[in-house]
Design a protein around this ligand. Structure first.
Ligand SMILES: C[S@@+](CC[C@H](N)C(=O)[O-])C[C@H]1O[C@@H](n2cnc3c(N)ncnc32)[C@H](O)[C@@H]1O
Ligand SMILES: [Zn+2]
Length: 380
């Protein structure tokens, strides 16, 4: 492939020069040929840089990054250029993507880069033996990442981090329940907080695969966006004894919601029949210390301003009970206009409840008050 000025263009993302197909900058849906590059995914790559930096801060082992699906290397080249790693190995099946990644590597004068043209699981399996596993492993597929969980986990070292993206939003949001059950081993329930259910389904699936392999996952940070979901987990090579899989029960009549280990058929507030989502992850999804480290590192990076704002919300919600509410759904139950988010949270706190905003939804909030209690607080 000829990398010429007619077809390709150099852009700067973060602190990194990237050689990208011109059409990926102009067309609504970025083309997959000669290689896939999505300029709109800059924000998620910014978050990756912030998260990996936070992880590397306290990590003392060999700093090796494996990217199973690198495309034209946007994330991987940024990682190699903007962070301090011993080795960065980028893999993809598409040789044109790898050629562009090599070109960008040279543009940035990166020395610690290696490339691999292989099927992702064959690539990861080269690093699955103790002693050769990586400290950071990433999977960024078109669609569901679930098919790659086994080989990605095996290539992640004890204490390392595994990150992955899911873009099969329709499946995870409940449009195709059977496909979701097949791919993730759980089903969503259609609610206003579908993005949190989706993230918990991905984590639940990864938890089950990890359990089968005698491994433990600890969620550090998760990200929800209009176009993708993304999770970052720490991996331990010991089995998890904790009951962190269960269900979301949702009452369509009164709006009561809860995460439970065992299904409860009727709503504890109004006795109507509950709906269920799951099995899914019912434990914490943010690690407070990790988010603090992410926030601390931001000032040294060139990332979008909105990252800090979003992470501040993650910090506040990191110790909150699971499953958020939205102002709109409470207002529609009360048949009134919604209060300001800030006031809603303050009112709940003044009445002795825990409450915080959530990074999942601009009008969302978390609280340990149930829907009835929220309505009572908002009515006064
Ligand atoms: C969404 S793109 C990756 C985007 C990239 N991570 C970025 O940040 O720009 C998915 C990539 O997976 C590659 N791919 C799909 N199936 C694969 C497989 N089984 N093994 C290796 N690469 C594969 C495609 O060639 C494509 O480049
Ligand atoms: Zn109810």
């Amino acid at each position: 492939m000829q990398i010429n000025k007619e077809t390709f263009e150099t852009i700067i993302e973060g602190q990194t020069k990237l050689m990208v197909p011109k059409k990926s900058l102009t067309e609504k849906v970025p083309p997959k040929v000669p290689a896939f590059f999505n300029p709109k995914a800059k924000l998620t790559r910014d978050f990756s840089i912030i998260a990996y930096k936070a992880f590397l801060k306290n990590f003392t082992g060999p700093k090796i990054f494996l990217e199973g699906l690198t495309g034209m290397g946007a994330r991987g080249i940024r990682v190699a250029n903007e962070l301090e790693l011993d080795k960065v190995i980028l893999n993809d099946l598409n040789p044109s993507g790898l050629e562009l990644a090599k070109y960008s590597g040279n543009l940035n004068n990166i020395q610690n880069l290696e490339f691999s043209e292989n099927e992702i699981c064959r690539f990861f399996s080269k690093y699955s033996q103790k002693g050769s596993r990586a400290s950071i492993v990433d999977i960024d597929p078109f669609g569901s990442p679930a098919q790659f969980f086994d080989c990605a986990l095996r290539a992640t070292m004890h204490g390392g981090i595994l990150s992955c993206t899911a873009t099969d939003l329709q499946v995870l949001n409940g449009l195709f329940q059977n496909a979701c059950s097949r791919k993730y081993g759980g089903v969503p329930v259609r609610t206003q907080y579908g993005n949190e259910i989706a993230i918990r389904l991905i984590l639940g699936c990864l938890r089950r695969v990890a359990g089968r392999l005698g491994l433990k996952i600890i969620p550090l940070y998760v990200e929800s966006n209009f176009h993708y979901y993304r999770i970052y987990v720490k991996m331990h090579t010991r089995s998890d004894q904790k009951e962190n899989l269960g269900y979301v029960t949702h009452c369509k009549n009164c709006g009561h919601r809860k995460m439970v280990s065992e299904k409860i058929d009727s709503c504890e507030l109004c006795n109507s029949k509950n709906s269920f989502g799951g099995p899914l992850w019912i434990d914490k999804i943010f690690d407070r210390e990790f988010i603090e480290n992410m926030l601390q590192g931001i000032s040294e990076l060139n990332v979008d301003k909105s990252c800090e704002k979003s992470l501040r919300k993650c910090l506040l919600e990191s110790e909150m009970p699971g499953i958020y509410f939205t102002l709109d759904e409470i207002a529609s139950r009360m048949k009134s206009s919604p209060p300001k988010l800030e006031n809603a949270i303050k009112n709940l706190q003044n009445k002795g409840y825990m409450s915080s905003p959530t990074s999942f939804n601009p009008t969302g909030f978390r609280t340990n008050a149930n829907v009835k209690e929220i309505i009572t607080v908002f009515s006064n």
